[in-house]
Design a protein. Structure first.
Length: 239
């Protein structure tokens, strides 16, 4: 399970060449090994699952001839989200990292009333939360974390070679719908946070203000998040 920027670069190139390595997360797991083996076989190289000098050169040559398309990882996410029309029947994972259980409980209840299949995860370890969301087969993961700062900030998964299209759009929707609630205009940003990297679906992390304000305004905050998710589900890859 090697990980790092070199693995991320290999995954990005494989994805753009049409070899499905799963989530572009910088972790050399079984999906990446399978994609690399497939690439090696297609190029007539020794299929050993190791990105040695000959394989690295073959990736470089083929990448230079393929242009800069979106890659199979992005296309797979676009195809999955293209079938979404609303929240009814969709699997959602709602997580938090402590202190806002009342808010998350109310949010989960309201989403279930809209027909969504919701799993709530509250472990402090991002890997444990990601594993629970992955087991649930969630369409989207939305995590919440409190901060001492008053401003809200929404993060989606993005690397140098991959940006989650659904995550970026959802982050914008959340920022827009949180604007009346937040004391300062919410911001959005693409990053490689562990919870976003290890979830195998569209994912965002919402950093809110102090825990006391989140729980005191749980009703208004719930309405804003539900409205954002409902709006996103109608057009999950375009604002």
């Amino acid at each position: 399970m090697m990980r790092g920027e070199d693995v991320l670069a290999v995954q990005t190139t494989l994805s753009r060449l049409g070899f499905d390595c799963g989530h572009v997360d910088g972790v050399f797991g079984p999906d990446t090994e399978s994609a690399l083996l497939d690439f090696q076989r297609n190029c007539g190289l020794a299929a050993d699952g190791v990105c040695g000098p000959f394989t690295a050169r073959a990736l470089e040559v083929n990448a230079s001839r393929s242009g800069t398309g979106p890659g199979i990882a992005i296309l797979r996410e676009l195809a999955r989200l293209g079938a979404v029309a609303n929240l009814r029947g969709e699997r959602l994972a709602i997580g938090h990292f402590g202190g806002v259980a009342p808010f998350v409980h109310q949010l989960s209840r309201d989403l279930r009333q809209r027909g969504a299949n919701v799993v709530a995860v509250d472990h402090l370890d991002p890997a444990t939360q990601a594993a629970a969301a992955n087991r649930h087969g969630a369409l989207v993961y939305v995590g919440f974390k409190t901060t001492t700062e008053p401003a809200a900030h929404v993060t989606y998964y993005s690397t140098s070679g991959f940006t989650s299209p659904g995550g970026e759009v959802l982050a914008r929707q959340l920022a827009e719908h949180l604007t009346p609630w937040a004391p300062l205009p919410p911001t959005t940003e693409g990053r490689q946070l562990p919870i976003l990297r290890e979830t195998k679906m569209t994912a965002v992390l919402v950093q809110l203000g102090p825990v006391s304000r989140v729980n005191d305004d749980a009703a208004a905050l719930t309405d804003a998040v539900v409205a954002a998710l409902a709006a996103w589900s109608k057009a999950p890859t375009s604002v």
